[in-house]
Design a protein around this ligand. Structure first.
Ligand SMILES: Nc1ncnc2c1ncn2[C@@H]1O[C@H](COP(=O)(O)OP(=O)(O)OP(=O)(O)O)[C@@H](O)[C@H]1O
Length: 989
């Protein structure tokens, strides 16, 4: 239509050219053009009144287009002179007019009336209503002008443009779809590849794995060239491979399970002689009683270790019973391997324990005879002397002492039974007539007594295991058996000093430092150390100058694990040049690695941390004896470690308010977790602080089982952990409600109000998870969301989280967890990537292990390097044994213990109590415990039987129903209504 219009327009503009007239037309047109040019282009003083009016009129109405007007008469004038038809140029003229109008429209929309008044009538309403959107109109005009010029159908350019856009969009969508299919394939391939690599690392000789892996890798390279059909085919093949992999893993799992089922860790048996205390009025019997207690405790420890191994094995079998992947196979295999190793040590310890028991048991009978003998007291005092001098040696000489007893003058009192003697022996002897000389081994009779021939048993290896690492290199003095033998009389002495019973309940008190090993004397020769440091400083300066770095060592600070050399760069020298030389510096100093801290906070120097040739041991005992811990005002003080500047860092878990501990295996996490726990145990009674401990590895936290601070037994099954965490979240919400009811904003305010009205206060709660990865693998969503809720909200309620993991990967330390757990401890890791995952910073890859850590919490400029204190297994066992015997009025456990029993699988709430089940195998034991302790307490049962609060509660209800304990009497423990002798009536013989 537009072309038609253009054609008709060109027809209407037809200029008749007559021969001879064309010059006239030409002249007229030139005259018009000249007039227009004069009016429009010339300055106003040359144009006169008419010219100025014409120019003003044109400029006002046409804007800048007025300057183009003279061109048109000139063009047509030229055509006339050349006798050409105006038709030849009309199309271009029309096109130029359309473009001109479009231009005017555009400029009017951009700047009002810059394109003249006439078009302003059209553009003004457009501009006011759609502003710059009105530019679309001139744009259409421009395309129209171009189409006229290029002889194209109207709007064809616009149509072509939109078609192009549509095609591009469609093309892009198609490519995206293609890419996403490809990406999916790559993703699947990667998953299979990882699984295959993991399986191959476990079974390197499995040929089929190699073949599958090669095929997969080839396919991966060729994917871009695959047709869609080939891609579909590949997808199918991948599904098949997945099945094959599953079959392979299941087969291997079956094989491992068969081995696991054969794995047996027999429990040692406690001879019945050791079960009852030695109640003899003899000095030597008191010493021996101490030894009996120690043997029983060792037995319990061994039992604990072996049961743990059996439990771990059962867990392994359970893990392998479902659909297994390489990660589970690896976990089970590595646990099996470490179990085999630890069984080697445990079985040695069992043999050593058995040998000690074999030596000890005859003594119990012998002491009864001594007590029964008329002149036994003489022998007793000498025996006690010898035992105090050298317990182990004396113990081995029972033959000699038996002979001595036989040779004693006077006759035995011949008791009716040995037990009677034990209970009622009375001595009425005159020793003045007796003349004995017990100068060892002088026989007391004329007959020579043969020297003891007993060969002492090999010393138990337990003590060796517990030797702190810094003592490893030291040679034992004289007789190693002597030095580390538990038969030495420290234990009996301690028991003699301790007026409290070795079994049964004692009131809750904080543990005393004497339960810890003595602080070792480690004074190192300062002068030698300074000399060494100076030599190293010279070496550093020399190495720097060899690399043409202008810097010098200005000072040094010797920490327990590393020495920090402070380097001052010359003006203009870049820090990066010095940090870039860390490997060269490590080589020059002949150390494994150095860490550069640039700059040292608060100083204008660069710190170069170089491992010390010899570590300074930091013991937990020394740490809690420090001023920093003693004077700490922290609400929840935890010993973290000693800094390079020699300062003991004591953190406040309440302020952190949650802590993440990560590092590779063997770097010191468990020791650190232990020191954190024991720090709190030294500060708080169970009424003031309670723990929830989750330990899927079943090794690290289980020694705490049974201590009164635990609100429930240590959770070792990852499947239960999510439920317990949800229960903990529910308890937190309960605390919020309780706080809001009394208008308290936090635990401190709540407890202050409770104190005022004489109501019991709520304890702090510390939730410890050692190993987070195991939980995140079992039920990642539940665990993550429970941790999130606790981390975000628990602070005000006095509940704090400590999370430990040896897998610092992003699927375990998710960004959500990291955001909500701001305080971190990083132990040695293998790569800077791992360090970044933990600390969002590099550096942990340069740590030296054995408790060397980087600690960060909000408020610190950067992570601080600390050496964590060491606490041995023996020390924790001693503290736990001490705490296990404690009794306290556990109103909190009675009231809220069930919150922590976990929730049913359906998440319906705490596990239901259910009907009374008098067939509970622990019922008799529960009754015995109550009788032994002289009172009935649910929390005591819970701890001593290692059961949940709900089950302990049920046991107590049953005891009440049977008439063994009295009814619940408010805050007082229940009375016991029967004696031990009555027990057979209830439970049979
Ligand atoms: N603070 C410390 N001081 C001295 N030695 C330490 C310290 N912490 C750990 N060690 C040494 O490192 C060993 C391993 O420590 P630990 O068991 O705590 O490592 P871990 O990181 O928990 O390992 P895993 O993850 O395998 O359980 C300890 O047996 C001890 O010899």
């Amino acid at each position: 239509m537009v072309t038609k219009r253009i054609k008709s327009a060109s027809k209407s503009k037809k200029v008749p050219v007559q021969p001879g007239n064309h010059e006239v037309y030409g002249l007229v047109l030139f005259a018009v053009a000249l007039f227009c040019m004069l009016c429009i282009y010339a300055p106003s003083q040359y144009t006169g009144g008419l010219g100025t009016s014409v120019r003003d009129y044109l400029k006002d109405n046409l804007g800048w287009a007025a300057y183009a007007i003279p061109l048109y008469p000139i063009v047509y004038g030229v055509l006339s002179f050349m006798e050409k038809s105006p038709k030849t140029i009309s199309r271009q003229v029309i096109a130029s007019l359309i473009l001109l109008v479009s231009g005017l429209l555009a400029s009017n929309i951009i700047e009002p009336l810059s394109g003249g008044q006439w078009l302003g009538y059209i553009t003004e309403p457009i501009r006011q209503s759609i502003s710059w959107g009105g530019l679309l109109l001139p744009l259409v005009g421009v395309t129209l002008g171009a189409e006229v010029l290029l002889l194209l159908p109207p709007f064809s350019l616009l149509i072509a443009f939109f078609r192009l856009i549509s095609e591009r969009v469609v093309g892009l969508a198609q490519t995206t779809e293609l890419n996403s299919q490809q990406r999916k394939l790559y993703g699947k391939l990667r998953v299979h590849e990882q699984e295959l690599e993991a399986l191959m690392s476990l079974y390197p000789s499995a040929q089929e794995l190699k073949v599958w892996l090669t095929t997969l890798r080839k396919a991966k390279v060729n994917i871009p060239d695959f047709t869609p059909e080939e891609k579909l085919q590949l997808e199918e093949e991948l599904n098949n491979t997945q099945e094959l992999l599953q079959e392979f893993s299941t087969k291997k799992a079956r094989e491992i399970t068969e081995h696991l089922q054969e794995e047996e860790y027999p429990l040692p048996e406690l001879p019945h002689e050791l079960e009852r205390p030695l109640k003899l009025e003899l000095q030597s019997a008191q010493l021996m009683e101490g030894h009996r207690v120690m043997l029983t405790r060792e037995y319990n420890e061994l039992l604990g270790t072996i049961r743990k191994m059996n439990r771990e094995r059962d867990m392994n079998i359970k893990t392998l019973s479902g659909n297994v992947r390489a990660v589970q196979l690896r976990q089970v295999l590595s646990q099996q391997e470490s179990r085999t190793l630890s069984w080697k040590q445990t079985s040695k310890a069992v043999t050593a324990w058995q040998q000690q028991v074999d030596i000890f048991v005859p003594w119990m009978e012998f002491l009864v005879e001594v007590a029964a003998h008329a002149q036994g007291l003489v022998l007793d005092s000498e025996l006690a002397k010898k035992l105090t001098q050298n317990f182990k040696k004396t113990l081995r000489e029972i033959g000699w002492w038996e002979k001595s007893l036989e040779n004693l003058q006077g006759s035995p009192a011949v008791p009716a039974s040995k037990n009677e003697v034990a209970e009622n022996v009375e001595f009425d002897l005159d020793f003045s007539s007796l003349e004995f000389s017990f100068e060892d081994p002088t026989p007391i009779s004329a007959d020579p007594v043969p020297a003891p021939t007993y060969t002492p048993p090999a010393p138990a290896s337990r003590e060796e295991e517990e030797t702190p690492p810094w003592m490893e290199a030291e040679e034992p003095e004289d007789d190693p058996a002597e030095a580390s033998n538990p038969l030495e009389p420290q234990q009996p002495k301690a028991n003699l000093k301790d007026p409290q019973p070795t079994v049964g309940a004692i009131p809750a008190t904080k543990p005393t430092p004497d339960l810890l090993d003595p602080i070792p004397n480690t004074t190192q020769d300062r002068r030698i150390l300074d000399q060494m440091a100076r030599e190293r400083a010279d070496l550093i300066s020399q190495t720097l100058s060899e690399f043409k770095v202008q810097a010098r060592v200005v000072d040094h600070a010797r920490g327990p694990t590393v020495t920090r050399y402070e380097i001052e760069p010359a003006p203009g020298e870049k820090i990066s040049r010095i940090s870039g030389l860390s490997n060269d510096l490590a080589r020059a100093l002949a150390v494994g690695g150095v860490r550069v801290e640039a700059p040292v906070p608060g100083k204008s120097v660069i710190g170069l941390e170089v491992p010390n040739a010899e570590r300074e041991p930091i013991t937990f005992h020394a740490a809690i004896a420090s001023k920093a811990f003693g004077d700490s005002k922290a609400k929840l003080p935890i010993v973290l470690g000693k800094s390079i500047d020699g300062e003991m860092y004591v953190g406040d878990l309440a302020r952190m308010p949650h802590l993440l501990i990560a590092g590779s295996t063997g770097s010191g996490k468990s020791v650190c977790v232990n020191t954190l726990i024991v720090s709190l145990l030294y500060r708080y009674l169970p009424q003031e602080l309670r723990f929830v401990m989750i330990d899927p590895k079943m090794v690290e936290l289980t020694p705490y089982d049974g201590i009164p601070h635990l609100i429930r037994p240590v959770v070792t099954n990852p499947a239960d952990a999510a439920g317990v965490l949800l229960g903990t979240v529910a308890h937190m919400e309960r605390r919020y409600k309780m706080m809001s009811q009394v208008g308290a904003k936090n635990l401190e305010q709540y407890n202050a109000k409770m104190r005022q009205i004489g109501e019991p206060e709520l304890p702090f709660m510390v939730i410890i998870i050692d190993e987070l990865a195991d939980l995140m693998i079992t039920s990642p969503k539940e665990v993550e969301s429970a941790i999130m809720r606790l981390a975000q909200m628990a602070r005000a309620t006095g509940m704090h989280l400590v999370l430990a993991t040896q897998r610092p990967s992003v699927d375990i330390l998710t960004s959500l967890i990291k955001v909500n757990v701001p305080a971190r401890i990083a132990f040695a890791v293998s790569s800077s990537h791992d360090s970044r995952t933990i600390l969002d910073n590099t550096g942990a890859e340069r740590l030296t292990g054995q408790g060397d850590m980087l600690f960060y919490q909000p408020g610190l400029v950067k992570p601080v390097r600390l050496q964590g204190p060491y606490i041995s297994e023996g020390e924790t066992v001693r503290i736990n044994d001490y705490l296990r015997r404690q009794f306290f009025e556990d109103w909190f456990g009675e009231a809220y213990g069930t919150d922590f029993d976990g929730v049913d699988e359906g998440g319906a709430g705490p596990k239901a109590n259910g009907p009374m089940d008098f067939s509970d195998p622990l019922l008799r034991q529960a009754a015995e415990i109550c009788i032994e302790e002289g009172q009935g307490s649910v929390s005591r049962l819970q701890r001593r039987l290692s059961v949940g609060h709900a089950r302990a509660g049920k046991l107590m209800d049953m005891l009440e129903a049977m008439g063994i304990v009295s009814k619940h009497q408010g805050s007082k423990p229940r009375d016991i209504l029967i004696t031990r002798e009555d027990l057979p009536e209830f439970f049979g013989k």
